[in-house]
Ligand binder design. Structure first.
Ligand code: ATP
Length: 372
């Protein structure tokens, strides 16, 4: 344990069970069960209105569930106010007091809790050093850059020595370069201190770069929980497939790809053809030019520097593929192929993943309707 670690308890896990929050006009959360492991960086990711902030507020104790419970470290905290949940919070608006200087802002919570002055000074010294704020302690918030203000807000959370830190879009007011820097800093601090962090964002890049675990949410429900790699490589639903990746996974009715004239589709078991309502998913970077395969026609292309995004038509569907910028100019029509593991299949109605690439025979035949 290093001198940087201001608390000796292991950071607790957070468990939500059957968590539901209904408002008069909307169900913000619908029967959410999720475990956020202690000492890990969990990201709640999803589009605007999917219920991320509501879930965070229920964990914080800033709002009360209609049904369900929240446990911290195995104890039911559903009835406890925020102050008794042993957690700190960092919000998008840094919520710094304009009339207090940086040191006073950082120490505010400790002063309220009447922590001894000598202890306050020692903790301020340590946290200011950790966050690179030593030279700014006498400045007022309006004399700081956005990134510095964000660091002060974070220092205020860290100095509280609470093992859980909840963050709601804390970097969204910063420009792209600073956001990228702060992502690294935040992650480093979380790991150094072994904090349990729950971080809300709608930015998939933030989620992919920072998270141990991503919780993808949609319309008040959880679509998938997994590591960034799992979420990217094995999306559990078509929603997740569409939400992660820039550009996202191509999704097209499987019958459409077949109908485009392909004799075989790599990864699709021969002899089985899509029943109605099977979606095929292919990531842009998995598509390759080939002598045979899926026939496509060129629509347009976008130059991005290192690579280019090419839009093609396959039957009635449009696909995007990522090619090296140096690749040759494309003809009007050509063929595409992909590694056998790159074909994802989803139920078009439920959105659930049907199979990975090549479906296992027994399971695959249940899910796909044989030809004729
Ligand atoms: P954003 O990224 O835009 O902040 P979010 O994923 O955090 O979105 P929430 O703020 O949790 O979403 O809201 C979820 C749903 O609940 C939305 O439909 C929202 O309109 C609704 N909602 C949230 N708070 C209230 C409230 N106090 N009264 C009524 N409806 C609410």
């Amino acid at each position: 344990m290093t001198a940087d670690i201001p608390f000796s308890r292991p950071a607790p896990a957070i468990d939500c069970a059957g968590l539901t929050r209904r408002f008069a006009t909307a169900t913000a959360l619908d029967q959410v069960d999720v475990s956020l492991p202690g000492g890990e960086f969990s990201v709640l990711l999803g589009p605007s209105g999917c219920g991320k902030s509501t879930l965070l507020r229920l964990i914080a104790g800033l709002d009360w569930p209609t049904e369900g419970r929240v446990e911290i470290g195995g104890s039911d905290v559903s009835g406890l106010p925020p102050v008794d949940r042993d957690l700190s919070m960092v919000f998008q608006s840094y919520a710094l007091f304009p009339h207090l200087d940086v040191a006073e802002n950082i120490l505010f919570g400790l002063s309220v809790r009447r922590v001894a002055k000598a202890d306050q000074a020692a903790r301020l010294d340590r946290v200011a050093r950790m966050m690179g704020l030593e030279s700014l302690l006498k400045r007022k918030p309006n004399e700081l850059s956005g990134g510095q203000q964000q660091r002060v807000a974070l220092a205020r959370a860290v100095i509280s020595e609470r093992p859980i830190c909840l963050m709601d879009e804390p970097l969204s007011n910063l420009d792209a370069k600073l956001r990228a820097e702060m992502r690294v800093e935040l992650r480093e601090i979380q790991q150094r201190l072994g904090l349990t962090v729950v971080y809300v964002t709608h930015d998939q890049v933030e989620a992919m770069t920072m998270a141990d675990q991503i919780v993808v949410m949609n319309a008040g429900r959880i679509e998938q929980v997994g590591t960034p790699r799992e979420i990217y490589s094995t999306p559990a639903t078509a929603f997740v497939a569409r939400f992660i990746g820039t550009p996202p996974m191509n999704l097209a009715p499987l019958s459409d790809l077949k109908g485009a004239g392909a004799m075989t589709l790599p990864g699709l078991e021969p002899g089985v053809l899509a029943g109605p309502g099977v979606l095929a998913g292919l990531r842009p970077e998995d598509l390759r030019l080939a002598a045979t395969g899926l026939p496509v026609s060129f629509v347009s292309e976008e130059y991005l520097g290192a690579d280019r995004l090419v839009t093609v038509r396959a039957g009635a569907s449009t696909l995007i593929l990522r090619l090296a910028a140096s690749a040759d100019a494309l003809p009007e029509t050509f063929h595409l192929t992909w590694p056998t593991g790159a074909l994802h299949l989803f139920d078009a109605v439920t959105g659930r993943r049907l199979a990975g690439s090549t479906p296992e025979p027994a399971k695959g035949k249940d899910l796909l309707v044989p030809t004729s």
